[in-house]
Each structure stands twice: as C-alpha cells, then as structure tokens.
Write a protein that binds this ligand. Structure first.
Ligand code: FE2
Length: 372
C-alpha cells in the first residue's frame, strides 16, 4: 500500500505550556506501515519524543506489538519480563492480553470481556497507595497528584524499552482535576481526568548548570535488585518525583534471590540516537547507588535521592509538562530514553478507562554520552 501522505505537526498545548516536544502525525496506516512511513515515524519520534496518531481504534494488539517492536527488532519480550513478582508495586496494574503477551491492558473499572480477558477488574493507580501525603479524601474528587514520574523499565535483568505505545480504547470524558505539586511551590495544573503527563529529559539537561552537566555526563546510576519489590513499602513525595528516605526499603535478605549479574548500572545521561542530544534520564525511585567518574561510590540513600531530586525538580515546572488529553483511538508513542512520564488522576466508581500498553525490553543498553 502506498503512503497516505505522512505529515507531522507540533502538538497543540495549553496556553501556559512551554514544552518543546510532541507531534501529531497524520496520513499513516499503522496496520500496514510501509518501510518509508516507518522511517519518517521513527525520525519524528526521535525529534519530537512524543507522537500522537489519532483514530487508531482499528489497530489490533498484534499490529500494536509489531509497530512497537519495529523500533527495536532484536527484542521480543515485554519490558517487565514474563512474570512480575506478586509483591512488586507493578503487579496490580497490569493485565496481559492472552494472545499477545507483550501487550498489557491497563485502566479502571470492571470489564466483562476484552481481547480474550473475561471479567477483569482494572484499577487506575491512585497516588494514595504510594504517596506519604496524599490529597485528602474530601478533595480527592477535584484534586490529584502526579502518581510517579518514571521511565518504563524493569531496571533489573532487562534493559529499558526504547519506545512505549499506548492506545486509548475507552476514555471517560468531560471531567477535569487540579493536579497539585504540594511541594511547597504552590504549583498546580488543570488537567483532564486520567491524563498522562510527560517532561523532556533533553530540556532538563539543557537547564542544568555546567557543573551539574559535568556531574551528570560522567556519573552512573546503579539500580536496586528487584527494585519494585525493594521499594514496595516506601512512600513518594507529593509531586511524584522520588521517595522519602524513611528506611522502609525491603532488606536484601527479604527480596527474591539476587543475581548480581542482573543488577543494572546506566549512565545518567542518555544520548538521542537521531539528534545526538543529551537527556538527563535518572529514575530516582529505584536508584540504589551513584558511581562517580573517580570510582567513588555514593550509597547514602537519603543523600543521593536529595541530590538527584534537586537536579530533576526544575524539569517538572508546570510550563514544562505536556499533559495529554486522551481521545478514544489515540495511539501515543514515546521515546522512553528521552522523556519521563506519570500516570495522573483519581477515578470514581463507574468511570471506565481501557488502554493497551506495549513496550519491549531493549536489545541494548541506553546510549551513554560518549557513544559514537
Ligand atoms: Fe509508564
């Protein structure tokens, strides 16, 4: 099939928004994507970081998987692997499509039948299960928090997926909430219910001082073994960016057996494979240690968390956030090595949301700043 006429234009964003990423693509047939259109789409993804394609209700789970895999054809395994430990904080959020196990169903509400899954209860992650100071029950209808700023990544054994795809199948419309930072800055943003929020690691890197850029370019982050079990009792800051250090991490001898060879250590700065730009990409929540260029290892959790928080906090200023206003049929692809994102919102009983998510553990490690 010939090209329908691939076109990309910047996403329209709310007035106060100063985001410099995001594109809406039209004129592609994602169920039958030509090689030429795929090349255009890949270039668009790595120059825009977040790509929206509307009206993709007809995209099958198979085609979603194949599209996602096309960005990294050497891999075939879901980003978090085949089984997720029951104690992991991710376990309750994911339901696997039986006939396409790399694609997960996420969302909210009871669904009697969807893609071979019967009578499933979806639950949109609510920040009150994870934050130390959640929004009060009285305000919960109107106000919310960023649940958790993150990179889609197992960070143990498996490499972070290059790209994640999200398809909005069912979206409850009309309701909005105030997302509050509650971090002492007074920042807040009026967002559509259940938005997915993004910020750019490239923009964040550009905003660092020269000294911090040097630190970021030359340091590496070691992630905890079984990170999502390790932090399963810990509590997050109200703006969703990192954890409080209260000594609540699960000790090593209470974790599943640790294989040292599976522990992941990555550069702090990840290079864009198309533009060569640097992104500050540190996932502070599962971080365990920082390795400095000198060979020194920093492992005081409270101190390294504070240091990374101070580096990253400017990146989530309200005008730098893109909150996607989901429409049914939206297919969003994002560069998981260049942006961080967060679930947002608290749903009422009776509000049903069905999304399909696909990402694949990458066949390679993130590109460090010195990669040619
Ligand atoms: Fe995610």
């Amino acid at each position: 099939m010939g090209s329908l006429g691939f076109q990309a234009r910047p996403l329209s964003v709310p007035g106060s928004c100063r985001v410099d990423f995001g594109a809406e693509v039209t004129g592609v047939d994602l169920n039958n994507l030509s090689e030429e259109d795929f090349k255009l789409l890949r270039d668009c993804l790595y120059t825009s970081q977040v790509v929206v394609v509307r009206d993709q209700q007809a995209l099958t789970p198979r085609a979603q998987y194949e599209l996602t895999r096309r960005f990294d054809p050497e891999t075939d395994i879901y980003g978090h692997g085949k089984t997720i430990d029951k104690r992991s904080i991710l376990h309750k959020d994911l339901k696997t499509i039986p006939h396409q196990p790399q694609v997960q169903v996420i969302g909210h509400g009871f669904v009697d039948s969807f893609e071979g899954l019967e009578n499933i209860q979806l639950k949109h992650p609510h920040h009150n299960t994870f934050h130390k100071y959640p929004v009060s029950a009285e305000e919960d209808d109107d106000c919310t928090h960023f649940y958790r700023w993150h990179i889609d990544a197992a960070l143990y054994d498996l490499n972070p997926p290059l790209v994640t795809s999200l398809l909005a199948v069912t979206v409850p419309k009309g309701r909005r909430q105030i997302c509050r930072w509650d971090d002492g800055t007074g920042a807040e943003l009026d967002v559509p219910l259940g938005t997915t929020a993004f910020f750019s690691g490239y923009r964040l890197y550009q905003m660092l001082s020269e000294e911090d850029k040097e630190f970021a370019r030359t340091s590496r982050v070691e992630y905890a073994a079984h990170p999502y079990v390790w932090i399963s009792s810990a509590h997050a800051r109200s703006n969703g960016l990192g954890l409080f250090s209260e000594g609540l991490e699960i000790p090593d001898d209470k974790l599943p057996p640790i294989e040292v060879a599976k522990i992941k250590t990555y550069p702090m700065v990840w290079k864009n494979p198309v533009t060569g730009e640097y992104a500050l990409m540190v996932y502070g929540i599962p971080m365990r240690r920082i390795h400095l260029e000198s060979g020194e290892v920093l492992d005081n959790l409270a101190e390294i968390r504070e240091r990374i928080y101070k580096l990253q906090r400017p990146g989530i200023d309200p005008e730098l956030i893109y909150p996607h206003d989901w429409e049914e049929g939206d297919l969003v692809l994002f560069n998981n090595h260049g942006v961080m994102h967060s679930v947002v919102g608290s749903f009422r009983d009776g509000e049903t949301r069905i999304f399909r998510q696909c990402n694949l553990a990458a066949s390679r490690t993130p590109l460090g700043p010195d990669t040619n």
